[in-house]
Design a protein around this ligand. Structure first.
Ligand code: PLP
Length: 255
């Protein structure tokens, strides 16, 4: 397979058909020398946390996990109670490609799907759905808890900063948190030509699944909460979900 590199020069199956970047393999090799404390109490994880704060220009909580499904599901489990509703696009990865892991990790939560062209839904569509009496706070209904957008979307399109801000405003006006599935976050940021801060918390994003696997890592994603207070439960949920890696330094080294 790897003996003929040309066979892999162009492969549009997905970005995870590519190998790991040489820098990632070098970082893993380097992380493998000597000893380090387990479960994230190591220098590389500390450096990752510090660097993430620098890059996003704010106080935040950042935790490495190994898959995007874990990142999304664990992030949403913190943002929604078991009786909560997460609004997302009908083609969202959390709806179509995660084997109901978000609902499982939330503890029974419900995804409510929104339509929209090119993998995106609009603030207006969200507002109309939330305005529907069936989504009101009566005891009979699951309770609106969070909104999730994918950036880039599953169709390869990007939400503009104005579109994100408009969705965030509707979400926040109804007391909901905004999650961003950023499996391809850096691609989106580069195509928008904005900073990580502008692409997220400055536009109203509360939590980000930050993808690295599709950008050359071997197996590393991060969950980032821009409100450290909102991240209180995360560590228990991650451990319970089997995503607290004892040799965390190898995830952090990639990030
Ligand atoms: C690839 C991808 C993920 C993560 O998938 P895993 O296989 O769980 O790592 C999440 N969201 C989107 C939009 C993706 O394309």
């Amino acid at each position: 397979m790897t003996s003929n590199p040309n066979a892999w020069t162009v492969n549009f199956a997905s970005d995870n058909v590519a190998g790991a970047a040489p820098e990632i393999m070098a970082a893993l090799q380097e992380a493998s020398t000597g000893f380090a404390m387990p479960y994230g109490n190591d220098d590389l994880t500390e450096a990752f946390r510090r660097r993430t704060m620098e890059i996003f220009e704010t106080d935040l909580v950042a935790h490495p996990v190994a898959t995007g499904t874990a990142a999304n599901s664990l992030a949403l489990s913190v943002l929604s109670p078991p009786y909560g509703v997460v609004f997302c696009h009908e083609g969202a990865h959390i709806e179509e490609d995660e084997c109901a892991a978000p609902e499982f990790y939330i503890g029974g939560g419900k995804l409510t799907l929104l339509a929209g062209d090119n993998g995106k839904f609009s603030a207006e569509t969200l507002a109309n759905k939330l305005g529907d009496p069936s989504a009101a706070s009566a005891v009979h209904h699951a309770q609106p808890a969070a909104v999730s957008i994918s950036q880039l979307t599953e169709k390869g399109t990007a939400y503009s900063l104005d579109e994100i801000r408009a969705i965030a405003d509707v979400a926040h006006a109804h007391g909901l948190k905004l999650h961003m599935d950023g499996a391809r976050f850096t691609n989106a940021m580069l195509s928008l030509g904005c900073s990580p801060a502008e692409a997220t918390w400055k536009a109203g994003v509360d939590a980000l699944s930050f993808g690295a696997t599709k950008n050359g890592a071997f197996a590393a994603e991060a969950v980032i909460f821009f409100d450290p207070q909102a991240a209180k439960d995360f560590e228990f949920r991650r451990k319970r979900g089997g995503h607290l890696f004892s040799k965390m330094r190898f995830l952090s080294a990639q990030l």
